[in-house]
Design a protein around this ligand. Structure first.
Ligand SMILES: [Zn+2]
Length: 97
């Protein structure tokens, strides 16, 4: 799967940028800014990690599109977002064959 340059989630089109030192933290692999419709993915990580990061940030975006905010536990539950991302990847890749 090639990570797209843009992705629309719930009517909001996010730009996807490959970057280094995301959020001023060299260990952070990605981030999403809902207000500016921006997703960042670390350009220095492995391709599979980039893919997982992409799905992870998309899941955050889906929760925001569902009406959850930054103060809702589900939005910031990184373990849940991560595990949901793994299932989403598995599901989509089955469809891709
Ligand atoms: Zn996260």
């Amino acid at each position: 799967m090639k990570i797209p340059e843009k992705i629309t989630i719930g009517g909001v089109t996010y730009n996807i940028t490959f970057s280094e030192n995301i959020g001023g933290n060299e260990n952070q692999t990605g981030d999403i800014d809902f207000h500016n419709a921006q997703i960042w993915i670390s350009k220095d990580t492995d391709k599979d990690v980039q893919k997982l990061t992409f799905y992870h940030e998309v899941v955050h975006g889906i929760f925001m599109a569902l009406g959850y905010g930054n103060d809702d536990k589900i939005t910031i539950d990184e373990r849940f977002v991560d595990s949901f991302s793994h299932y989403l990847i598995q599901f989509v890749e089955q469809l891709e064959g």
